[in-house]
Design a protein around this ligand. Structure first.
Ligand code: FE
Length: 191
């Protein structure tokens, strides 16, 4: 697949088609419902195409890897944020890839700086936090804040936490086709 090729869109749509029905790790929504709810929250917040697309694709690592729902129960951390980022990085700009890569550590960050954040996490999310290393230390939090994409990652994280509403009516995947095309076109030229 050539960099930025239009077929990538079809690959993405096919992935959601084939695997989007799978459950979202101990939550009452499917992977596709969850992705669409995050994208919708990003859109409602007036985010640029890149962040809406990051919302839609933030868990693509689960779809490309296909590990099952019991992964957290078995005590494994599948590092889906890295799997997703490496799958996306040949095609999308940093504005899409970096918030996705940082959305798990953003949870560790928020647990460090907002005590109420941890208490509000779902049981499944609290369980995975332990596997992800728990709350950040102050030094880790300071390093995170120095990343130019940390604010986008925190925004994505908060939508991720909210996007677990069973049966919520939101726009379908096709609604985001134009934004994906725009995000692909935004890839900075190299070499
Ligand atoms: Fe998620």
């Amino acid at each position: 697949m050539a960099r930025g090729s239009p077929e990538l869109i079809d690959v993405i749509f096919d992935l959601f088609d084939a695997k989007g029905d799978s459950a979202y790790f101990g939550e009452p929504v499917s992977q596709l419902e969850h992705a669409l709810q995050v994208a919708h929250l990003a859109e409602q917040a007036g985010s640029p195409d890149s962040l809406v697309v990051a919302g839609l694709l933030h868990d693509v690592g689960h779809l490309v890897h296909g590990e099952d729902e019991e992964v957290a129960d078995r005590g494994l951390d599948a590092r889906h944020e890295d799997a997703g980022a490496s799958w996306l990085v040949p095609h999308f700009p940093a504005e899409v890839v970096r918030p996705i890569q940082l959305h798990v550590v953003a949870k560790r960050y928020l647990c460090a700086v907002e005590p109420s954040y941890h208490d509000a996490l779902s049981a499944a999310s609290r369980q995975s936090l332990k596997l992800q290393g728990g709350a950040m230390t102050p030094a880790e939090a300071a390093r995170f804040e120095a990343d130019p994409f940390h604010e986008a990652a925190v925004r994505l994280r908060r939508w991720d936490d909210q996007a677990k509403v069973p049966g919520l009516a939101v726009p379908p995947l096709a609604h985001y086709r134009g934004r994906i095309v725009a995000a692909l076109a935004g890839r900075p030229q190299r070499g």
